[in-house]
Design a protein around this ligand. Structure first.
Ligand code: OXD
Length: 309
């Protein structure tokens, strides 16, 4: 079985070592040194150049190196009948939840204000807010959203969640569907976006939805940049509707140098590091899918092309 490895950011040496332990005899080829195109059975990819996968006539599976598959589905030239699987990795979900919890606590305990005060050499103590009065809303309740909701609820915050279809999560008040979105937003002081990017969720954080949050709410986006209408977010920050935004993902990455987010005083940004797939924790699932492919069994963690995730 030959596996093509193609990523703009993951380490092929670490992946080869992690997979070789689990799939003896695996022949991993790193793009662009692929050898004969007809040898390749499966591709393990992150941000592949559109169109390149159609060059492999025997390709039978596309495995995403991340939890999201929108980077695969965005390629109009991927063959229609090939299964696409995402990574399900407890380490990835924990990393996302840690990032979300850290950003929630930072706003909750006014560290954004203290960072500004330090720059101004200003000594001013703010009251410590009540944890049980700070309502955190998690948009998206899949594996990762549920991990975020559980970790933040574990810190003592009241947590609600919103998802496309109804979900139930112990200790989390769940809202669903278009009708559930406004009541969810109306009671969210800190909004954490962990949605998959689909046609239905693109631009979901916009002037209308931001206006439904209580005044001076916060946004934490660790899903995809295209969930946010950038100019609407900036307008909400400038008007005071939002008190701050922590952004790990952007419509164009790396974020262009001229983008106003870089210098906006109410924006904290990080370079898409909320979680990074670690071969040591993620290789089990990929190895299992390679074994399944080899044995002709159905793959795990399949994305639904029509749903978009
Ligand atoms: C992912 C990501 O999809 O890192 O896993 O964004």
């Amino acid at each position: 079985m030959a596996l093509l490895f193609l990523s703009d950011s993951d380490d092929p040496v670490a992946w080869n070592a992690a997979l070789a332990k689990r799939v003896p005899g695996l022949d991993m080829r790193v793009w662009p040194e692929t050898g004969a195109a007809a040898d390749i059975d499966a591709a393990l990819v992150w941000n592949h150049p559109p169109g390149v996968l159609k060059a492999f006539p025997k390709l039978r599976a596309i495995l995403s190196l991340g939890a999201g598959v929108n980077h695969v589905l965005d390629d109009p030239e991927i063959p229609a009948d090939i299964p696409i699987a995402r990574i399900v990795d407890p380490g990835l979900a924990t990393g996302m939840a840690e990032y979300a919890a850290l950003a929630v606590l930072r706003y909750h305990r006014n560290f954004d204000v203290y960072e500004r005060q330090q720059r101004e050499q200003r000594w001013r103590r703010l009251p410590i807010p009540v944890t049980t009065a700070r309502r955190v809303g998690v948009l998206g309740l899949g594996e990762i959203g549920s991990a975020c909701a559980r970790m933040i609820a574990g810190l003592g915050f009241p947590v609600t969640g919103w998802s496309r279809t109804a979900k139930s999560l112990p200790g989390v008040a769940c809202y669903a569907g278009p009708d559930g979105l406004a009541p969810f937003l109306n009671t969210t002081d800190i909004l954490v976006c962990v949605l998959p990017l689909t046609a239905a969720t693109r631009g979901i954080i916009n002037q209308t939805t931001l206006a439904k949050l209580p005044r001076s709410a916060f946004l934490i986006n660790i899903a995809r940049g295209a969930h946010v209408v950038d100019q609407d977010l900036i307008a909400a920050l400038d008007s005071g509707q939002l008190a701050g935004a922590t952004l790990d993902v952007f419509a164009h990455e790396p974020l262009p140098r001229e983008h106003p987010f870089w210098s906006h005083p109410k924006v904290t940004l990080t370079p898409h590091i909320a979680s990074i797939t670690n071969p040591e924790t993620a290789a089990d699932g990929v190895a299992e899918n390679l074994r399944r492919l080899h044995d002709g069994r159905p793959l795990l963690y399949l994305a639904d092309r029509a749903r978009g995730y």
